[in-house]
Design a protein around this ligand. Structure first.
Ligand code: NAD
Ligand code: LMR
Length: 368
């Protein structure tokens, strides 16, 4: 019984839905109860098709698992390359035995050939495509160092989405998000497609800020929701602690520790993994939290997450702030909101770095 309890607690902590967390106290510790709890998670309209590109990778596998366990998902495509560490068909076969309604299929492509020629069945009908496909950094590297290789991988996949599922929301996880997302959105614009379909996934920064504030204050992370705005690299990651009731209780000394720790959360994991990759499990959790928000919105329950999109809330053309997802995807991009003196100063630094990283993405797209 103790072992089952421990597994239940673990799974509950690795899910995305706040509603699930609030149900924790009523959970009966049996596998049947656990299954019922998951089934209730995104109750409401469902039948969504989701694709995870890079689905056999470090993020892709656990994130595919969490999406396969989402009650709103009727079909999940696990897409990767033919020489992936694990064949995507194998990941799909494995996930296909979970006791959830989703049908899971694997798709392997030859990366020496255009993705668009190989992904019709994989992408057709998709409502949501999550893209962690690409290379992670090693100690000593910046996310920006990954741009050339990862922008080309993302381009192939985004062009295939443009062809086969142009109405799907695309969650770009692959780094550097600050440059890859503007590049991909410009490609969509050149094709006459809706730029608001492409979002940079910055949820992990919110998740980290929530956890760090919880640890510092002794409060539950479930009661904390720190908006993290700007972008997803270094100083562009701007946690607005003052906008959350618990975050607002931090002393300036605590903020002086937690602000840089939130900015450097990725590097903390890269160094701890010592050359064997970057954040995968916390990212899978965060990607599934983002995916759950999108699907809830599409199902008719407006749901808000911070995400990096084409934006007019600052002077920059791309910016991460709270975004509400509704039946058609992005419904509202929210203002950054009130900032204290420290945050206003940091906002200026964030915008300076972000501008040059946006420009890099725009130059890439202009050269196509
Ligand atoms: P990984 O190497 O473990 O997995 C990447 C997967 O992508 C591999 O399975 C690889 O075969 C696959 N791939 C490569 N080319 C492909 C293509 N053309 N089509 C489909 N799949 C392809 O790496 P990971 O740890 O999963 O990280 C992936 C990316 O996510 C990295 O760029 C990393 O920096 C980024 N990341 C972003 C965040 C964020 O907060 N946005 C967080 C963590 C990691
Ligand atoms: C993260 O924030 O963990 C990711 O962007 C991966 C990285 O390279 O830090």
């Amino acid at each position: 019984m103790a072992a089952i309890r421990s597994i239940c607690r673990h799974v509950l902590r690795t899910t995305s839905a706040p509603s699930l967390v609030t149900r924790r106290s009523t959970l009966a510790y049996s596998s049947a109860a656990l299954r019922r709890d998951w089934t209730a998670k995104d109750a409401g309209a469902g039948g969504f098709k989701v694709c995870v590109c890079g689905g056999a990778g470090g993020i892709g596998q656990p994130m595919s698992m969490l999406m396969a366990m989402n009650e709103s998902v009727s079909e999940l495509s696990v897409q990767d390359v033919t020489m992936a560490m694990v064949p995507p068909g194998g990941v799909a076969a494995d996930l296909g035995h979970l006791e959830f309604p989703s049908k899971v299929k694997g798709y392997a492509i030859d990366p020496s050939k255009p993705a668009v020629d190989q992904l019709e069945a994989c992408l057709t009908g998709c409502n949501l495509v999550l893209i962690p496909a690409g290379v992670p950094r090693k100690p000593g590297m910046t996310r920006d160092d990954l741009f050339n290789i990862n922008a080309n991988i993302a381009r192939g996949l985004v062009e295939a989405c443009a062809q086969f599922c142009p109405d799907a929301i695309i969650g770009v996880i692959v780094n550097p998000v600050n440059s890859v997302v503007p590049a991909m959105i410009e490609i969509y614009k050149k094709k006459g497609l809706d730029p608001m379909k492409i979002c940079g996934v910055t949820t992990l920064d919110v998740v980290r800020a929530n956890k760090f504030v919880a640890d510092a204050t002794g409060k539950s992370p479930q009661d904390i929701n720190i908006p993290v705005v700007g972008g997803h690299a270094g100083t562009t990651i701007l946690p607005l602690f003052s906008q959350d009731p618990i975050g607002a209780t931090l002393t300036p000394e605590q903020v002086a520790v937690l602000d840089p720790r939130t900015q450097d959360g990725g590097t903390e994991v890269v160094e701890a993994k010592a050359g064997k990759g970057s954040a995968t499990l916390s990212m899978a959790y965060s990607g599934a939290r983002f995916g759950s928000a999108v699907l809830k919105g599409l199902a008719g329950t407006p749901t808000t997450e911070c995400t990096y999109v084409q934006s007019s809330v600052t002077d920059l053309p791309y910016f991460s702030s709270k975004v509400t997802f509704g039946k058609n995807g992005v419904e509202k991009v929210h203002e950054v909101g009130p900032m204290n003196a420290h945050e206003s100063e940091r906002f200026k630094q964030a915008c300076t770095q972000l501008k040059s990283e946006i420009d890099k993405g725009l130059e890439y797209a202009a050269a196509i």
